[in-house]
Design a binder for this molecule. Structure first.
Ligand code: CA
Ligand code: CA
Length: 580
């Protein structure tokens, strides 16, 4: 009896001590937790399931031999009259799933029951100008905060327990065409993010703000000739003035960093893709137009560009170059190397030395690339000059060409995954082309700045979408899964020899990571254009994905619209697990 009482008392004492110490403990994820995210399967703290964004989970309770039994645990609706594309990746922490929704909304759901804990709706002005649907791709978590970007180019930090605003900062002028849809990231106590608006003649930039106050720390424009800042002072211009731009064109040069970035703790480098030069009509802007359609390596402490690699110099097709650059290590020609890979809108899969940006290889990952025939040893495309749409001159329209990929790209925003087990990248790609022609255009604040017209067309009878497993060491496609409608969702790979991705037809699907065999699918009720995640909770493995058809495809679909005309809108979070 006495012994029991003593144990009970000491237990109570421990509880009291823990409660007293609670305010001193971390109020939520720390910098170290974020950097370690990929190795901690009990939570999903970063966009990409780790700062390197490999989207690989070491979990294998759900695996190729039992995934066929996967069933829903619950679904949660985002409600609202307006649905549209749900492109978010969930964040999972401490029994809560945080998702962002269309029209700049944030939701916190109970991770065990799906019940809503809170919802935050940003008040958006009428005149926002997102080019490609009212999507949002996810939030960042840090301490007591959930941080996300809004369509009117604000960065907002919410209390993760209540959804109340902690700080709200305007990052750019939405009336000049700026917007924001990407998930921010937090590195070393700074919120780091890009901007959107490349179709409106904005100037791309990467910015870092103090995560606790929202104050700007540094700003790095992506277009040559623009001045960077650090702690409120000038910090050198980007590149060299007028080296790759004529006249004043660098003031409206595009290069939006609209997809956000990745971070590699090993090299202490941020990697940001940059979008198309503006306007699309390339005859109006002679030169390479640095640093558009490129990957930039940036110092997270100062915003200084450490190296760049341009995938489409003098882009004339809106190939953009914004796609994510994912660090990985591999042995190539007998040499262990620190590498990074990017599946570019232009249809080529790039492998670079991530320590210095040196070109290793570029391999075609789509059916057709009409604009170039591979890359030379320096990483410069072998252009097919006849496939560049013609200059309009005095005419209303220049000569039209059929170019492939289409401007929506061999791969667009939807993130690929890398498996540390198979050494393969899983690339959500699309096979399509376009008629494209140039038109005269002049810059006008807040107006579309394309100087081009286009019609998208399928190029294959049986598919547009194709999930492809790429071997980065050989550049070979190991397997592919073809989908009727364009693929527009992210990919997840797991140590259970599985690859998950969604389809516009409404399915979340699981594939054998080695063979590509389809092992499971579930109909979510609307198109899946979000990015799936997995985590462990109460000893079980869970998988979650957003469902809700939308994004750029139905807005710009052209002749490919036939492949998705019967797909309905939605807005739900779906969570799956194995039956007990
Ligand atoms: Ca984690
Ligand atoms: Ca673009």
């Amino acid at each position: 009896m006495k012994g029991r009482l003593t144990r009970a008392l000491s237990g109570a004492a421990i509880v009291t001590l823990a409660m007293a110490a609670a305010p001193l403990l971390a109020e939520g994820p720390t910098d170290a937790d974020l950097m370690n995210d990929a190795a901690t399967p009990g939570d999903v703290l970063t966009y990409g399931m780790g700062p390197q964004a490999q989207r690989f989970s070491p979990l294998k309770a759900i695996n190729a031999s039992n995934v066929a039994k996967l069933v829903p645990a619950f679904a949660a609706s985002l409600g609202g009259e307006k649905q549209r594309g749900q492109e978010a990746q969930p964040i999972v922490y401490d029994g809560t799933i945080y998702v962002t929704g269309s029209y700049s909304r944030v939701f916190a759901f109970d991770a065990r029951t799906g019940e809503e804990k809170w919802q935050y709706d940003a008040r958006l002005p009428e005149a926002i100008m997102p080019c490609c649907d009212v999507v949002n791709r996810g939030a960042a978590i840090y301490g007591d905060k959930i941080i996300f970007a809004t369509l009117d180019a604000h960065m907002v930090a919410l209390n993760r327990h209540t959804g109340k605003v902690i700080w709200n900062k305007q990052t750019a002028d939405y009336q000049a065409g700026y917007s924001a849809t990407a998930a921010p990231m937090v590195v070393k106590g700074k919120v780091i993010y890009g901007n959107s608006g490349g179709e409106f003649g904005i100037t791309g930039a990467v910015e870092a703000r103090d995560v606790n106050t929202g104050e700007l720390v540094w700003r790095r424009p992506t277009i040559e000739g623009n001045m960077g800042t650090l702690n409120g002072k000038d910090n050198g211009i980007t590149g060299k003035a007028n080296a790759s731009w004529t006249g004043d064109l660098w003031k409206t040069g595009g290069g939006a960093t609209w997809l956000g970035g990745t971070y590699d703790p090993e090299t202490n480098l941020l990697f940001f893709g940059t979008g198309n030069p503006a306007p699309w009509n390339s005859h109006l802007r002679p030169g390479d137009n640095l640093y558009t359609s490129s990957t930039l390596a940036i110092d997270p402490d100062t915003g200084v560009i450490k190296w760049h690699f341009q995938t489409t110099p003098h882009d004339g097709w809106d190939f953009d170059g914004v796609n994510e650059f994912i660090p990985f290590d591999a042995t190539i020609n007998g040499k262990p190397m620190k590498l990074g890979a990017k599946a570019d809108r232009n249809g080529y899969f790039f492998v670079l030395d991530r320590t210095n940006g040196k070109f290793i290889s570029a391999s075609k990952f789509v059916m057709q690339t009409t604009w170039a025939n591979g890359f030379n040893k320096n990483g410069r495309p072998n252009y097919n000059d006849a496939n560049r749409p013609g200059a309009p001159g005095e005419a209303a329209k220049g000569s039209s060409v059929f170019a492939s990929p289409s401007f929506l790209g061999g791969k667009n925003w939807m993130p690929m995954a890398y498996s540390q087990d198979t050494g393969l990248f899983y690339v959500p790609s699309n096979d399509w082309g376009m008629d494209i022609w140039n038109e005269p255009i002049a810059y006008k604040k807040g107006a579309a700045y394309l100087g081009a017209g286009f019609t998208i067309k399928p190029i294959a009878e049986d598919h547009i979408g194709a999930l492809r497993a790429m071997d980065p060491r050989t550049g070979k496609i190991v397997w592919e899964y073809k989908n009727k409608a364009p693929l527009w969702g992210g990919v997840l790979s797991t140590a259970g020899n599985l690859v998950f991705t969604g389809t516009p037809e409404g399915y979340l699907k699981a594939f054998d990571a080695r063979t590509g065999q389809e092992l499971w699918k579930f109909q979510t009720g609307s198109g899946v254009v979000g990015s799936p995640v997995t985590w462990e909770q109460d000893g079980e493995q869970y998988v979650a994905v957003m469902s809700g058809w939308g994004g750029a495809v139905p807005l710009w679909g052209g002749e490919v619209a036939k492949s998705f005309k019967d797909i309905n809108q939605g807005g739900s979070l779906w969570v799956f697990k194995l039956p007990r």
